[in-house]
Write a protein that binds this ligand. Structure first.
Ligand code: BES
Ligand code: ZN
Ligand code: ZN
Length: 494
């Protein structure tokens, strides 16, 4: 979808469809809509009246006026317009325009409480994410697609600001779609090697550095926890390290901030010898959603140019049962020397992340670490499908992430890392066990990771719930959502 800013009056923009907003309580049509209504011989007003259109957020309807579609999207109460209201209105409106056969769509940008930059960003994010579809494996491709989007900011003095917001929105949405494509790809077509190739291709096409460590190199570095998980798979594991460094030097006397992002990259989680039951295994191609989020984020950074150094780390492998797989009761040794007894081979994510955290602390030594992982079913039980768990050893970092999530329209809820629960991870034979009791499973997993984060400020996003959706959402059809990409991009861009 090509996007551009237009400062013409809405009705003067050449497009197959116009998407306009209506607030709750605008019973008398505002002048801009009244003009369109006159062009439509009063048909717009008649449709709105007949359908008792109230302008509620999420509501959408349409009329036809001399060959053009006029789509009306509800914006809720005028005093309460948030970026998320605009995203959802743009998504529903552009989706309707597309379904009506429009190829070029103009969207009116409203929202009193938002800056022109925020408004344009939200509209572009909504338009692109709301029309995302994954049809790589379908013989019949959808014939209806929107190829051009005009973001209409009628205040010409705000055009620069709006253009800036538009570019941000496009970068955020394309990064999210990129992650969705990787996550939606089936596990037989997306092995660790393919994740490594995706990372290498990203780096070759832009200003990112990349290094992929093979099994032997990981062995030399002592990544026994990661390689233990990989032991049962015929697919070679890959440890991926991407680097974004901003152009130029930091201001004199100032050190540049360094952030590490770690994504859980289990391309398929069968559970290992502690095999999952069929219902539990069905969706496990999604178990690399954290890794895909990291790749999406890294992909957007060269365009967004934040003044910080960002490292993306992915310990990519499958978790499979076989004669070479790790067994319950085995003991693994992580890169920092910590020994781990395997209580359950299905708690594999934390093992791969443990070596990722060790690598970050020894080889990158960042100012902070954020990991993203579809880590526990327990977190889905606790918070459901629309909310990610947040755990951190540093409250300031947690607070900043919650603020970023709020702006991005993604939900994070902090869970406490209760010290007393550490005893749940005690082992008779090793320094740690990789599982605890059922209760508080998301927290025990967080406490396990905390052991490897050390003193570095660290935050953990358990995205097992929101990483994919079983039903269509306002900004995502069934399947992968690309959750965490926009939150973390917002965070890095502050
Ligand atoms: N990948 C799963 C977690 C998961 C579950 C993600 C449901 C998405 C939806 C993870 O590797 C896992 O299997 N965790 C176990 C841990 C348990 C053995 C302590 C779980 O949550 O059951
Ligand atoms: Zn598992
Ligand atoms: Zn897993």
């Amino acid at each position: 979808m090509k996007v551009g800013i237009s400062t013409k009056r809405l009705e003067d923009v050449a497009a197959d469809a116009l998407v306009v907003g209506l607030y709750v309580g605008e019973t008398k049509l505002p002048e801009r809509l009244a003009r369109l209504d006159r062009a439509a011989q009063g048909q717009l007003k008649r449709v709105l009246d007949a359908e008792k259109f109230q302008g509620k957020s999420g509501q959408v309807t349409h009329a036809h006026a001399d060959g053009r579609r006029i789509v009306v999207a509800g914006l809720g109460p005028r005093a309460e317009t948030t970026s998320e209201v605009l995203r959802r209105a743009a998504a529903a409106g552009v989706r309707r325009a597309r379904d009506l056969g429009a190829r070029t769509v103009a969207v009116e940008v409203l929202g009193d409480r938002l800056t022109a930059r925020q408004r344009a960003q939200a509209v572009v994010e909504g338009a692109i994410l709301g029309t995302y579809s994954f049809d790589r494996y379908k013989r019949e491709k959808p014939d209806k697609t929107v190829s051009e989007l005009h973001v209409v900011e009628p205040d010409a003095r705000r055009a620069r600001e709006a253009r800036d917001g538009m570019h941000r929105g496009e970068a955020f949405a394309l990064a999210t779609s990129f992650a969705r494509d990787l996550i939606n790809a089936p596990a037989n077509e997306l092995h660790p090697t393919d994740l490594a190739r995706a990372a290498t291709e990203l780096a070759n096409g832009s200003r990112l550095g990349v290094k992929v460590f093979e099994r032997a190199e990981c062995q030399e570095m002592g990544m026994g926890a990661f390689l233990g998980v990989a032991a049962g798979s015929e697919q070679p594991p890959k440890f991926i390290h991407l680097i974004y460094s901003p152009a130029g030097r930091p201001p004199a006397g100032r050190k540049r901030k360094k952030v590490v992002l770690i994504g859980k990259g289990i391309t398929f989680d069968s559970g290992g010898l502690d095999l999952k039951p069929p219902e539990g295994m069905l969706r496990m191609k999604y178990d690399m959603a954290g890794a895909a989020a990291v790749l999406g984020i890294m992909r957007a950074l060269p365009a967004l140019k934040p003044p910080i150094e960002v490292h993306g780390l992915i310990a990519a492998t499958e978790n499979m049962p076989s004669g070479s797989a790790i067994r319950p009761g085995d003991v693994l040794r992580a890169m920092n020397g910590t020994t781990i007894e395997i209580g359950n081979t299905d708690a594999e994510g934390r093992l791969t992340l443990a070596d990722g955290l060790c690598f970050a602390n020894t080889h990158v030594q960042p100012d902070e670490i954020i990991d993203m992982a579809t880590l526990t079913g327990a977190c889905v039980v606790a918070l459901g499908q629309l909310c990610s768990g947040l755990m951190a050893n540093n409250q300031a970092l947690a607070n900043r992430l919650m603020k970023a999530a709020d702006a991005a329209g993604e939900r994070l809820w902090q869970l406490p890392l209760i010290d007393e629960y550490r005893e749940h991870l005690k082992s008779e034979v090793a320094d740690l066990n990789n599982v605890g009791p059922r209760g508080g499973g998301a927290i025990t997993a967080g406490l396990f990771l905390k052991e490897f984060a050390g003193k570095t400020p660290w935050a953990h996003l358990d995205i097992a719930g929101p990483a994919f959706t079983e039903k269509d959402l306002p900004l995502a059809p069934k399947g992968a959502t690309g959750f965490a990409v926009r939150t973390v991009l917002t965070y890095l861009g502050e």
